[in-house]
Design a binder for this molecule. Structure first.
Ligand SMILES: CC(C)(COP(=O)(O)OP(=O)(O)OC[C@H]1O[C@@H](n2cnc3c(N)ncnc32)[C@H](O)[C@@H]1OP(=O)(O)O)[C@@H](O)C(=O)NCCC(=O)NCCS
Length: 192
């Protein structure tokens, strides 16, 4: 797998900008508000996901449902009125101890600042997630950023990180989408 120097150079550059705190639009995470999404965020989330390949683009109706029915297990990251980050998640039906993280999206200009990690931690520490002991998500083989994000979460929670086969390119996606491995993190206690 090729080493992505450009990502680490960008990360270093952003860390330096954070350190000197230039007070600009994204001088650091202190300007970012993490909050429950609302129905009115639906189209902003739609556009954010559209600008975050390789994420699948959902229908706007689906994003509206994520921002309403699934708001307690989802988060919007807002900077001066703009949604720059979003995580959609839900508690798996019939498994009240397991949070499924559906999509994680961070706008390009806000990457490398720890925002995705902070959004995940934010959801897990909500009162609504007090009984959550496992997190599941899916990752495609080539999504290094996503793998690093969830490995980092498992490390921070001192929890196991397991990967197994789940949604197969040919069996389940009719060859139209890369295979998604199932990632399971836990057990953990994010309220302890
Ligand atoms: C993946 C994504 C959400 C990460 O957001 P982010 O806010 O930049 O992530 P963070 O700054 O919290 O970084 C979390 C960890 O991932 C690592 N990471 C982030 N982007 C990376 C990249 N492109 N390559 C390698 N590692 C990366 C960070 O170094 C960090 O690791 P560390 O804790 O060991 O330092 C963002 O790149 C994105 O929106 N990508 C497009 C959509 C996508 O692929 N979503 C994930 C699938 S659901």
């Amino acid at each position: 797998m090729a080493f992505d120097w450009s990502f680490y150079l960008l990360k270093l550059f952003r860390m330096l900008i954070n350190k000197v705190s230039i007070g600009g639009f994204l001088s650091g995470l202190e300007n970012i508000v993490l909050r429950l999404p609302a129905l009115e965020d639906g189209m902003a989330v739609f556009r954010l996901v559209e600008n975050c390949p390789p994420l699948d683009i959902n229908s706007s109706y689906c994003n509206l449902l994520q921002c309403s029915h699934f708001a307690n297990t989802s988060v919007a990251a807002e900077v001066r009125g703009d949604v720059l980050g979003f995580i959609s998640g839900y508690v798996i039906p019939g498994r009240p101890d397991t949070l499924f993280v559906w999509q994680v999206a961070v706008a390009e200009e806000a990457r490398g600042l720890g925002l995705a990690s902070r959004m995940l931690a934010h959801i897990l520490t909500r009162p609504h997630c007090k009984d959550i002991a496992y997190l599941e998500t899916t990752i495609t083989q080539d999504n290094q950023a996503s793998r690093a994000l969830f490995k980092g979460l498992a490390k921070n929670l001192s929890a196991d990180f397991e990967s197994s086969g789940w949604m197969d390119k040919d069996v389940h996606f009719d060859g139209q989408h890369d295979t998604e491995a199932l990632i399971r993190i836990g057990p953990f206690n994010s309220h302890g």
